[in-house]
Design a protein around this ligand. Structure first.
Ligand code: NAD
Ligand code: UDP
Length: 312
Protein backbone atom coordinates (compact mmCIF):
# COMPACT_ATOMS: atom_id res chain seq x y z
CA UNK A 1 0.00 0.00 0.00
CA UNK A 2 1.41 3.38 -1.03
CA UNK A 3 0.98 6.52 1.05
CA UNK A 4 -0.03 9.32 -1.34
CA UNK A 5 -0.46 13.03 -0.59
CA UNK A 6 -2.81 15.02 -2.82
CA UNK A 7 -2.75 18.82 -2.46
CA UNK A 8 -5.94 20.51 -3.67
CA UNK A 9 -7.58 17.12 -3.12
CA UNK A 10 -10.93 18.65 -2.12
CA UNK A 11 -11.25 20.41 -5.49
CA UNK A 12 -12.83 19.29 -8.75
CA UNK A 13 -9.99 17.17 -10.17
CA UNK A 14 -8.46 16.34 -6.78
CA UNK A 15 -11.67 14.75 -5.49
CA UNK A 16 -11.76 12.35 -8.48
CA UNK A 17 -8.06 11.57 -8.06
CA UNK A 18 -8.39 10.84 -4.31
CA UNK A 19 -11.29 8.48 -4.98
CA UNK A 20 -9.43 6.60 -7.71
CA UNK A 21 -6.25 6.27 -5.59
CA UNK A 22 -8.27 4.95 -2.63
CA UNK A 23 -10.09 2.47 -4.88
CA UNK A 24 -6.69 1.17 -5.95
CA UNK A 25 -5.87 0.34 -2.31
CA UNK A 26 -3.65 3.29 -1.39
CA UNK A 27 -3.58 5.45 1.72
CA UNK A 28 -4.51 9.02 0.70
CA UNK A 29 -3.79 12.22 2.60
CA UNK A 30 -5.70 15.17 1.17
CA UNK A 31 -4.48 18.72 1.90
CA UNK A 32 -6.70 21.68 1.05
CA UNK A 33 -7.43 25.19 2.28
CA UNK A 34 -11.01 25.01 0.85
CA UNK A 35 -10.58 28.19 -1.21
CA UNK A 36 -12.39 26.71 -4.21
CA UNK A 37 -12.69 23.14 -2.95
CA UNK A 38 -15.02 21.79 -0.31
CA UNK A 39 -15.29 18.97 2.21
CA UNK A 40 -18.55 18.05 0.48
CA UNK A 41 -16.65 16.88 -2.61
CA UNK A 42 -14.80 14.24 -0.55
CA UNK A 43 -17.65 13.54 1.89
CA UNK A 44 -18.13 9.98 0.66
CA UNK A 45 -14.43 9.23 1.22
CA UNK A 46 -14.35 10.34 4.87
CA UNK A 47 -15.62 7.00 6.16
CA UNK A 48 -12.73 5.18 4.46
CA UNK A 49 -10.01 4.35 7.05
CA UNK A 50 -7.29 4.96 4.44
CA UNK A 51 -8.44 8.53 3.81
CA UNK A 52 -7.25 11.50 5.81
CA UNK A 53 -8.37 15.08 5.18
CA UNK A 54 -6.31 17.97 6.54
CA UNK A 55 -6.92 21.71 6.27
CA UNK A 56 -3.62 23.17 5.14
CA UNK A 57 -2.51 26.07 2.95
CA UNK A 58 0.40 24.97 0.76
CA UNK A 59 1.99 28.41 0.94
CA UNK A 60 3.08 27.28 4.43
CA UNK A 61 5.52 24.40 4.93
CA UNK A 62 3.94 21.07 5.78
CA UNK A 63 5.59 19.18 8.62
CA UNK A 64 6.19 15.55 7.77
CA UNK A 65 4.44 13.29 10.31
CA UNK A 66 4.51 10.03 8.38
CA UNK A 67 6.14 8.49 5.34
CA UNK A 68 4.90 9.64 1.95
CA UNK A 69 5.64 7.72 -1.26
CA UNK A 70 4.05 10.03 -3.81
CA UNK A 71 2.75 13.61 -3.98
CA UNK A 72 0.28 14.99 -6.52
CA UNK A 73 0.50 18.81 -6.33
CA UNK A 74 -2.87 20.16 -7.51
CA UNK A 75 -3.44 23.01 -5.05
CA UNK A 76 -4.21 26.17 -7.04
CA UNK A 77 -7.42 27.85 -8.16
CA UNK A 78 -7.95 27.04 -11.84
CA UNK A 79 -10.94 29.06 -13.02
CA UNK A 80 -10.05 32.56 -14.28
CA UNK A 81 -12.56 34.26 -11.93
CA UNK A 82 -11.04 32.44 -8.96
CA UNK A 83 -7.35 32.84 -9.79
CA UNK A 84 -7.89 36.53 -10.59
CA UNK A 85 -9.76 37.14 -7.31
CA UNK A 86 -6.48 37.37 -5.33
CA UNK A 87 -3.72 37.20 -7.95
CA UNK A 88 -0.91 37.60 -5.40
CA UNK A 89 -2.18 34.60 -3.43
CA UNK A 90 -2.49 32.65 -6.72
CA UNK A 91 1.16 33.33 -7.50
CA UNK A 92 2.18 32.47 -3.93
CA UNK A 93 0.24 29.21 -4.15
CA UNK A 94 1.98 28.17 -7.36
CA UNK A 95 5.48 29.19 -6.34
CA UNK A 96 5.63 28.79 -2.54
CA UNK A 97 3.31 25.78 -2.79
CA UNK A 98 5.70 24.15 -5.25
CA UNK A 99 8.74 24.90 -3.04
CA UNK A 100 7.04 23.57 0.10
CA UNK A 101 5.88 20.38 -1.59
CA UNK A 102 9.24 19.85 -3.32
CA UNK A 103 11.02 20.24 0.04
CA UNK A 104 8.58 17.75 1.56
CA UNK A 105 9.25 15.32 -1.31
CA UNK A 106 13.01 15.67 -0.69
CA UNK A 107 12.50 15.02 3.01
CA UNK A 108 10.42 11.85 2.34
CA UNK A 109 12.28 10.76 -0.80
CA UNK A 110 8.87 10.82 -2.48
CA UNK A 111 8.06 11.08 -6.16
CA UNK A 112 6.16 14.30 -6.97
CA UNK A 113 3.85 15.27 -9.84
CA UNK A 114 2.99 18.84 -10.74
CA UNK A 115 -0.39 19.72 -12.23
CA UNK A 116 0.77 22.30 -14.77
CA UNK A 117 -1.44 23.67 -17.49
CA UNK A 118 -1.89 24.42 -21.17
CA UNK A 119 -1.89 28.07 -20.01
CA UNK A 120 1.92 27.90 -20.05
CA UNK A 121 1.48 28.24 -23.83
CA UNK A 122 -0.43 31.51 -23.33
CA UNK A 123 -2.19 32.64 -26.51
CA UNK A 124 -0.44 30.09 -28.71
CA UNK A 125 0.80 30.87 -32.21
CA UNK A 126 1.76 27.21 -32.75
CA UNK A 127 -1.27 24.96 -33.25
CA UNK A 128 -1.77 22.29 -32.02
CA UNK A 129 0.55 22.79 -29.05
CA UNK A 130 3.50 20.43 -28.62
CA UNK A 131 5.55 20.29 -25.44
CA UNK A 132 8.51 21.83 -27.30
CA UNK A 133 6.55 25.03 -28.02
CA UNK A 134 7.78 27.66 -25.56
CA UNK A 135 4.57 29.67 -25.46
CA UNK A 136 3.30 33.21 -25.85
CA UNK A 137 2.43 34.56 -22.40
CA UNK A 138 1.78 38.21 -21.57
CA UNK A 139 3.81 38.65 -18.38
CA UNK A 140 1.82 41.67 -17.20
CA UNK A 141 -1.75 40.66 -18.05
CA UNK A 142 -4.59 39.59 -15.78
CA UNK A 143 -4.00 35.89 -16.53
CA UNK A 144 -0.27 35.99 -15.82
CA UNK A 145 -0.60 35.35 -12.05
CA UNK A 146 -1.73 31.88 -13.08
CA UNK A 147 0.29 31.38 -16.27
CA UNK A 148 3.58 32.68 -14.89
CA UNK A 149 3.01 31.00 -11.53
CA UNK A 150 2.63 27.66 -13.27
CA UNK A 151 5.62 28.35 -15.54
CA UNK A 152 7.72 29.15 -12.45
CA UNK A 153 6.53 25.95 -10.78
CA UNK A 154 7.72 23.95 -13.79
CA UNK A 155 11.12 25.65 -13.46
CA UNK A 156 11.28 24.75 -9.77
CA UNK A 157 10.37 21.13 -10.45
CA UNK A 158 13.12 20.80 -13.09
CA UNK A 159 15.70 22.52 -10.86
CA UNK A 160 14.91 20.25 -7.88
CA UNK A 161 15.28 17.31 -10.27
CA UNK A 162 18.65 18.50 -11.62
CA UNK A 163 20.07 19.87 -8.37
CA UNK A 164 18.67 17.47 -5.77
CA UNK A 165 18.03 14.42 -7.98
CA UNK A 166 14.38 14.46 -6.93
CA UNK A 167 12.03 12.23 -8.94
CA UNK A 168 9.57 14.62 -10.56
CA UNK A 169 6.78 14.52 -13.16
CA UNK A 170 5.17 17.49 -14.93
CA UNK A 171 1.86 17.26 -16.77
CA UNK A 172 0.27 20.09 -18.74
CA UNK A 173 -3.47 19.70 -18.33
CA UNK A 174 -5.80 21.01 -21.05
CA UNK A 175 -9.39 22.17 -20.29
CA UNK A 176 -10.98 19.46 -18.17
CA UNK A 177 -14.60 19.20 -17.05
CA UNK A 178 -16.96 16.79 -15.33
CA UNK A 179 -18.97 16.12 -12.18
CA UNK A 180 -17.79 17.89 -8.99
CA UNK A 181 -17.32 21.23 -10.74
CA UNK A 182 -19.21 23.72 -8.63
CA UNK A 183 -22.22 25.72 -9.82
CA UNK A 184 -20.22 28.94 -9.38
CA UNK A 185 -16.96 27.60 -10.85
CA UNK A 186 -17.13 30.16 -13.67
CA UNK A 187 -15.49 28.01 -16.34
CA UNK A 188 -17.29 27.60 -19.62
CA UNK A 189 -18.66 24.04 -19.41
CA UNK A 190 -20.24 24.43 -15.97
CA UNK A 191 -21.48 27.97 -16.78
CA UNK A 192 -23.23 26.83 -19.97
CA UNK A 193 -24.76 23.72 -18.35
CA UNK A 194 -26.05 25.65 -15.32
CA UNK A 195 -27.49 28.37 -17.59
CA UNK A 196 -29.07 25.81 -19.96
CA UNK A 197 -30.70 23.86 -17.13
CA UNK A 198 -32.30 27.09 -15.83
CA UNK A 199 -33.33 28.20 -19.37
CA UNK A 200 -31.24 31.34 -18.79
CA UNK A 201 -29.22 33.13 -21.48
CA UNK A 202 -25.99 31.35 -22.40
CA UNK A 203 -23.16 33.86 -22.08
CA UNK A 204 -20.66 33.47 -24.92
CA UNK A 205 -17.67 35.79 -24.48
CA UNK A 206 -16.41 37.62 -27.57
CA UNK A 207 -17.54 36.23 -30.93
CA UNK A 208 -17.50 32.66 -29.64
CA UNK A 209 -15.16 31.61 -32.45
CA UNK A 210 -12.27 31.00 -30.01
CA UNK A 211 -11.58 27.30 -29.55
CA UNK A 212 -10.85 24.91 -26.68
CA UNK A 213 -10.37 21.13 -26.52
CA UNK A 214 -12.33 19.59 -23.66
CA UNK A 215 -11.23 16.54 -21.72
CA UNK A 216 -13.47 14.48 -19.44
CA UNK A 217 -12.04 14.20 -15.92
CA UNK A 218 -11.75 10.37 -15.88
CA UNK A 219 -9.43 10.49 -18.89
CA UNK A 220 -7.22 13.01 -17.10
CA UNK A 221 -7.04 10.96 -13.89
CA UNK A 222 -6.01 7.89 -15.89
CA UNK A 223 -3.26 9.94 -17.56
CA UNK A 224 -2.06 11.32 -14.21
CA UNK A 225 -1.73 7.89 -12.66
CA UNK A 226 0.06 6.51 -15.70
CA UNK A 227 2.43 9.50 -15.66
CA UNK A 228 3.29 8.91 -12.00
CA UNK A 229 4.30 5.32 -12.78
CA UNK A 230 6.62 6.11 -15.70
CA UNK A 231 10.37 5.44 -15.48
CA UNK A 232 12.29 7.81 -13.20
CA UNK A 233 14.20 9.30 -16.14
CA UNK A 234 10.97 10.59 -17.73
CA UNK A 235 10.05 13.91 -16.15
CA UNK A 236 7.82 15.39 -18.84
CA UNK A 237 6.39 17.95 -19.33
CA UNK A 238 3.70 16.02 -21.13
CA UNK A 239 0.37 17.30 -22.47
CA UNK A 240 -2.74 15.55 -21.12
CA UNK A 241 -5.84 16.60 -23.01
CA UNK A 242 -8.42 15.66 -25.59
CA UNK A 243 -7.44 16.92 -29.05
CA UNK A 244 -11.04 17.32 -30.29
CA UNK A 245 -11.38 21.08 -30.78
CA UNK A 246 -14.60 23.12 -30.61
CA UNK A 247 -15.60 26.77 -30.79
CA UNK A 248 -17.52 28.18 -27.83
CA UNK A 249 -20.57 28.57 -30.05
CA UNK A 250 -20.41 24.87 -30.97
CA UNK A 251 -20.15 24.03 -27.28
CA UNK A 252 -23.16 26.20 -26.42
CA UNK A 253 -25.23 24.63 -29.22
CA UNK A 254 -24.31 21.13 -28.12
CA UNK A 255 -25.28 21.84 -24.50
CA UNK A 256 -28.61 23.41 -25.59
CA UNK A 257 -29.33 20.28 -27.66
CA UNK A 258 -28.38 17.80 -24.91
CA UNK A 259 -30.40 19.60 -22.22
CA UNK A 260 -33.38 20.38 -24.48
CA UNK A 261 -33.09 23.93 -23.15
CA UNK A 262 -35.00 27.02 -24.27
CA UNK A 263 -31.90 29.18 -23.60
CA UNK A 264 -30.72 31.75 -26.14
CA UNK A 265 -27.06 32.50 -26.86
CA UNK A 266 -26.03 36.05 -25.90
CA UNK A 267 -22.64 37.67 -26.45
CA UNK A 268 -20.61 39.34 -23.69
CA UNK A 269 -17.21 41.10 -23.82
CA UNK A 270 -14.17 38.90 -24.26
CA UNK A 271 -11.87 39.05 -21.20
CA UNK A 272 -8.38 40.37 -21.99
CA UNK A 273 -5.69 37.89 -23.03
CA UNK A 274 -8.29 35.16 -23.62
CA UNK A 275 -6.44 32.61 -25.82
CA UNK A 276 -7.80 32.41 -29.40
CA UNK A 277 -7.23 28.70 -29.83
CA UNK A 278 -6.08 25.67 -27.89
CA UNK A 279 -5.57 22.03 -28.82
CA UNK A 280 -3.03 19.56 -27.44
CA UNK A 281 -0.66 17.46 -29.48
CA UNK A 282 -0.78 14.24 -27.44
CA UNK A 283 1.82 12.20 -29.35
CA UNK A 284 4.23 12.25 -26.40
CA UNK A 285 1.57 11.07 -23.94
CA UNK A 286 0.57 8.26 -26.27
CA UNK A 287 4.18 7.17 -26.62
CA UNK A 288 5.21 7.42 -22.96
CA UNK A 289 1.97 6.53 -21.15
CA UNK A 290 1.31 3.08 -22.65
CA UNK A 291 -0.85 4.32 -25.50
CA UNK A 292 -2.96 6.55 -23.25
CA UNK A 293 -5.59 8.51 -25.11
CA UNK A 294 -8.93 10.07 -24.18
CA UNK A 295 -11.83 7.62 -24.33
CA UNK A 296 -14.81 9.83 -23.45
CA UNK A 297 -16.28 11.93 -26.29
CA UNK A 298 -17.51 15.45 -25.61
CA UNK A 299 -21.12 14.34 -26.07
CA UNK A 300 -20.78 11.46 -23.59
CA UNK A 301 -18.87 13.57 -21.06
CA UNK A 302 -21.40 16.38 -21.30
CA UNK A 303 -24.27 13.94 -20.74
CA UNK A 304 -22.63 12.68 -17.53
CA UNK A 305 -21.90 16.22 -16.36
CA UNK A 306 -25.42 17.45 -17.15
CA UNK A 307 -26.81 14.54 -15.11
CA UNK A 308 -24.58 15.55 -12.19
CA UNK A 309 -25.84 19.15 -12.22
CA UNK A 310 -29.46 17.96 -12.61
CA UNK A 311 -29.11 15.87 -9.45
CA UNK A 312 -27.64 18.62 -7.27
P1 NAD B 1 -10.25 23.61 -8.33
O1 NAD B 1 -10.26 25.07 -8.10
O2 NAD B 1 -11.55 22.87 -8.30
O3 NAD B 1 -9.28 22.88 -7.32
C1 NAD B 1 -8.16 23.50 -6.73
C2 NAD B 1 -8.07 23.04 -5.29
O4 NAD B 1 -6.90 23.62 -4.70
C3 NAD B 1 -9.27 23.49 -4.44
O5 NAD B 1 -9.72 22.42 -3.64
C4 NAD B 1 -8.70 24.63 -3.60
O6 NAD B 1 -9.39 24.82 -2.40
C5 NAD B 1 -7.27 24.17 -3.43
N1 NAD B 1 -6.33 25.25 -3.12
C6 NAD B 1 -6.20 26.45 -3.73
N2 NAD B 1 -5.23 27.17 -3.17
C7 NAD B 1 -4.72 26.42 -2.15
C8 NAD B 1 -3.70 26.60 -1.20
N3 NAD B 1 -2.98 27.74 -1.16
N4 NAD B 1 -3.45 25.62 -0.32
C9 NAD B 1 -4.17 24.46 -0.34
N5 NAD B 1 -5.15 24.23 -1.21
C10 NAD B 1 -5.42 25.19 -2.12
O7 NAD B 1 -9.53 23.40 -9.75
P2 NAD B 1 -9.26 22.06 -10.59
O8 NAD B 1 -9.86 22.27 -11.92
O9 NAD B 1 -9.61 20.87 -9.80
O10 NAD B 1 -7.68 22.17 -10.77
C11 NAD B 1 -6.78 21.36 -10.02
C12 NAD B 1 -5.37 21.59 -10.55
O11 NAD B 1 -5.29 21.25 -11.92
C13 NAD B 1 -4.91 23.05 -10.43
O12 NAD B 1 -3.56 23.07 -10.06
C14 NAD B 1 -5.06 23.57 -11.85
O13 NAD B 1 -4.15 24.60 -12.13
C15 NAD B 1 -4.76 22.33 -12.66
N6 NAD B 1 -5.39 22.42 -14.00
C16 NAD B 1 -6.75 22.26 -14.15
C17 NAD B 1 -7.31 22.37 -15.41
C18 NAD B 1 -8.76 22.18 -15.65
O14 NAD B 1 -9.21 22.36 -16.80
N7 NAD B 1 -9.59 21.78 -14.70
C19 NAD B 1 -6.50 22.69 -16.51
C20 NAD B 1 -5.15 22.90 -16.30
C21 NAD B 1 -4.59 22.74 -15.05
N1 UDP C 1 -16.29 31.54 -21.83
C1 UDP C 1 -17.51 31.91 -22.35
N2 UDP C 1 -18.57 32.04 -21.50
C2 UDP C 1 -18.48 31.75 -20.17
C3 UDP C 1 -17.24 31.34 -19.64
C4 UDP C 1 -16.16 31.27 -20.51
O1 UDP C 1 -17.66 32.15 -23.56
O2 UDP C 1 -19.52 31.88 -19.47
C5 UDP C 1 -15.16 31.39 -22.76
C6 UDP C 1 -13.86 32.07 -22.31
O3 UDP C 1 -13.83 33.41 -22.73
C7 UDP C 1 -12.83 31.20 -23.02
C8 UDP C 1 -13.45 29.81 -23.05
O4 UDP C 1 -14.86 30.01 -22.83
O5 UDP C 1 -12.64 31.65 -24.33
C9 UDP C 1 -12.93 28.87 -21.98
O6 UDP C 1 -13.01 29.57 -20.75
P1 UDP C 1 -12.67 28.85 -19.36
O7 UDP C 1 -12.72 29.91 -18.31
O8 UDP C 1 -13.51 27.65 -19.17
O9 UDP C 1 -11.20 28.30 -19.54
P2 UDP C 1 -9.83 28.95 -20.08
O10 UDP C 1 -10.10 30.28 -20.69
O11 UDP C 1 -8.97 29.07 -18.88
O12 UDP C 1 -9.35 28.01 -21.11
Amino acid sequence: MKSILVTGGAGFIGSHLCKRLLNEGNKVICLDNYFTGSKKLVQDLLSCPNFRLEEHDVTHPYQKRFDIDEIYNLACPASPIHYQFDPIQTFRTSVLGAINMLDLACCCNAKILQASTSEVYGDPVVHPQTETYLGNVNTIGIRSCYDEGKRASETLFMDYHRQKKLRIKIIRIFNTYGPNMTVHDGRVVSNFIVQALKNEDITVYGTGTQTRSFQYVDDLVEGMIRMMSTEDDFTGPVNIGNPEEFTMIELAQQIIRLTGSQSKIVFRPLPSDDPRQRKPDISLAQKKLDGWKPTVSLEEGLKRTIQYFQNL
